[in-house]
Design a protein around this ligand. Structure first.
Ligand code: KIV
Ligand code: ZN
Length: 501
């Protein structure tokens, strides 16, 4: 099997993402994690760009022992000197030189002819090679460059001592077949290409960076540039986790290749980079998004419970996630619901389960996230309310700063529908008075407590109260995302207990 070298540029191209800047201490923390992840080369920064970057590259060089450390440089003397100085304390330094080769860059950015560019690159590679044994060269904007010109530039770079030739799709313009042809053509037309490793560097402007990188591997690239969470200039770079997991998962296609990445560290690395850059990972991001191993639809949940691989192509443990998750929401089915309740220790009979499931669906229609605490309350409510004498059919309240609160409550007592109306000091008081009119219990409210069961504006509220009548006290509990409804349910729960006393 052939090894694919993972060149991580989170700390260089990734950090170039607008708003993602990191201080040297944060960069060092990420570098330690990248080493643990098993990255072969860490591009730690662009030493000439700022004193912070210089310091970061030099500290990372001194402290990281396993991965090679790379510093970026333009084909200019001061850049090469700065990169060399920053990298010199390290075990395995690499200087990464780049120079644009496309017509558009030559004409507008440099106002130079092809031969001048070739000479500039030659001089830079020669002098960098005197300072550092490991040189990588990138003809920037390679995918928009004239074929014949990049062949010449690459041949020259290898002759001058570059041991890695990186092919950047700088503006994320290319597509998989085109990348495949480009790498194939380079292999067929650059006479000394066998003396260098071919690398690929893809940006994601058209959302094709991972596909393009994989295509390059199939065509002969043996190093991939990538970043954690795919962060980078504009739409970002090819994402490390996507490339690594694609190679691992699609062994039918990529069976000849392996990486040295410890995939179980992927999630931890993703979280660290997200926290330190303040770049949130979108929930649907492949591999590391919060939803990447979650299922909400009833059909999917049912199948995953029967056989995980029906809807999961990767094992979540492989990327450092403890398990796939069945998210309970309005699309969930009974199978996942009852499975979760079993795991929480509830033993419900068929009838209780049906009742609890109906109530759950009702809550899920109003509330986006259903937590275990919500479920516990739902189930406890439903178990207690089986065969109550009094059942709530509906209620309506009007309340506000300029009107006296008024409530109408409709109840069922053993098939008979009864309606009560009342005003009160507040909406809850009005409801309780209306309930009293229907039930005829002249109970005194001794205690009333309202708690949010979970967090968020749509949290379930739980009301616990005590009613006293003729010297005996009963308690009642009720929950709902509407706190007046929770209070009404708690009152009815207590009234049902009074009824059976
Ligand atoms: O996108 C690009 O071309 C680069 C080079 C510096 C390799 O980041
Ligand atoms: Zn780039």
């Amino acid at each position: 099997m052939e090894k694919i070298i993972i060149f991580d540029t989170t700390l260089r191209d990734g950090e170039q993402a607008p708003g993602a800047s990191l201080n040297p201490q944060q960069k060092l923390e990420i570098a330690f994690q990248l080493e643990k992840l098993g990255v072969d080369v860490i591009e730690a920064g662009f030493p000439i760009a700022s004193s912070g970057d210089f310091q970061a590259v030099s500290e990372i060089s001194r402290k990281i022992k396993k991965s090679a450390i790379c510093g970026l440089a333009r084909c200019l003397k001061p850049d090469i000197t700065a990169a060399h100085k920053a990298l010199k304390g390290g075990r395995h330094p690499r200087i990464h030189l780049f120079l644009a080769t496309s017509k558009i860059h030559l004409k507008y950015k440099f106002k130079k002819a092809e031969d001048e560019i070739l000479d500039l690159a030659r001089g830079a590679i020669k002098s960098a090679r005197k300072l550092c044994a490991d040189i990588e060269f990138s003809p920037e904007d390679a995918t928009r460059s004239e074929r014949e010109f990049i062949y010449r530039v690459i041949e020259m770079a290898i002759d001058e001592g570059a041991s890695t030739i990186n092919i950047p799709d700088t503006v994320g313009y290319s597509y998989p077949q085109e990348i495949y042809s480009l790498i194939t053509d380079i292999r067929n037309n650059v006479p000394n290409i066998d003396k260098a490793v071919i690398a690929i560097h893809c940006h994601d402007d058209l959302g094709l960076s991972t596909a393009n990188s994989l295509s390059a591997i199939l065509a002969g690239a043996r190093q991939v540039h990538c970043t954690v969470n795919g962060i980078g200039e504009r739409a970002g770079n090819a994402s490390l986790e996507e490339i690594v997991m694609a190679l691992k998962t699609r062994q039918d296609v990529f069976g000849d290749f392996f990486t040295q990445i410890n995939t179980k560290e992927i999630l931890r690395t993703s979280r660290l980079v997200s926290n330190l850059t303040d770049f949130l990972v979108p929930p649907n991001k492949a591999i590391v998004g919060r939803n990447a191993f979650r299922h909400e639809s009833g059909i999917h949940q049912d199948a995953v419970l029967k056989k995980r691989s029906t809807y999961e192509i990767m094992d979540p443990h492989d990327v450092g996630i403890s398990s796939s998750q069945l998210v309970l929401g309005k699309h969930s089915g009974r199978h996942a619901f009852s499975d979760r309740l079993k795991n929480m220790g509830f033993k419900l009979n068929e009838k209780q389960l049906n009742q609890a499931f109906m109530r759950f669906k009702d809550v899920a229609d109003k509330k986006k996230d259903i937590y275990n605490d919500d479920l516990r309350i739902i189930v406890e409510d439903e178990i207690r309310l089986i065969r109550p004498v009094w059942k709530l059919i509906s209620f309506e309240v009007s309340s506000g700063t300029k009107i006296k609160p008024h409530a109408q409550v409709v109840m069922d007592k053993k098939g008979k529908v009864l309606t009560g109306q009342s005003s009160g000091d507040g909406p809850v008081d009005a409801c309780f008075k209306a309930l009293d009119k229907i039930t005829n219990f002249k109970a005194r409210l001794e205690d009333f407590r309202l708690e949010a069961v979970t967090s968020g504006k749509d949290a379930l509220g739980q009301v616990s109260l005590k009613l006293n009548t003729r010297g005996s006290t009963v308690s009642g509990r009720g929950s709902s995302s509407d706190i007046v409804e929770a209070a009404v349910k708690a009152y009815i729960d207590a009234v049902n207990k009074l009824e059976t006393k």
